[in-house]
Design a protein. Structure first.
Length: 184
């Protein structure tokens, strides 16, 4: 597929909103419209070699889904479709939402499960993000002192979202483009 695929899980719509902002920043020549992962078939998903994937944090920082208290299916229900699938041709940038004031002990922790799901199947994960500018006690989504993807907090820091998105999209866009060129 010659475009970037953007997929998100959501329960109350915030991750959708952020996915749409990412889509606007990339433009429709580079990316396809963001899609809820609970309305996506594995075939549709797997046609992309360059992907941007987003998740909110729910439960005890698990992969969100019906079993973690979500009202709708989410990444947890999609994950089994990837069992045993080789994702080594995929280049993937991740983003996660959380609420650092209320969930300071597990801020944006679901993001690490999205990371493990795709990294574990061979995908190349890009787009790490500094923890500077956030205030929390613990997040599982940190490897080597950086978040494994962009972290957005629409509850405590909505005023920083657009700036963070612009900076992160500028970082991941050139890293995703070679995956499109390979697929073309
Ligand atoms: C029941 C519940 C549990 C949550 N658990 C966490 C959590 O463990 N860590 C975190 O950072 N945010 C947590 N949040 C905050 C959400 O991840 C955050 O509000 C996110 O923006 C929601 O995204 P959505 O609207 O796409 O579902 C929780 C929110 C709710 C309502």
């Amino acid at each position: 597929m010659s475009k970037i695929g953007i997929f998100f899980g959501t329960d109350t719509g915030t991750t959708r909103l952020v996915a749409k902002k990412i889509y606007s920043l990339l433009g429709d020549e580079l990316a396809d419209k963001p899609k809820n992962i609970n309305r996506t078939t594995p075939t549709e998903f797997l046609q992309y070699d360059a992907l941007i994937l987003g998740t909110p944090s729910y439960g005890l920082g698990e992969l969100p889904g019906l079993a973690t208290g979500c009202q709708e299916a989410n990444w947890l229900e999609f994950a089994p479709y990837l069992d045993g699938v080789d994702l080594s041709t995929k280049r993937i940038a991740l983003f996660g939402l959380g609420h650092q004031e209320r969930y300071a002990d597990r801020f944006a922790s679901s993001l690490i499960h999205l990371y493990r799901l795709f990294y574990g199947n061979g995908a190349q994960i890009i787009g790490r993000w500094s923890t500077a500018g956030y205030q929390f006690q613990h997040s599982a989504a940190i490897i080597d002192n950086e978040f494994v993807g962009l972290v957005i907090d629409q509850r405590s820091q909505p005023f920083l979202t657009d700036e963070r998105l612009q900076s992160w999209v500028a970082q991941v866009k050139p890293a995703l483009l070679p995956a499109l060129a390979q697929a073309a």
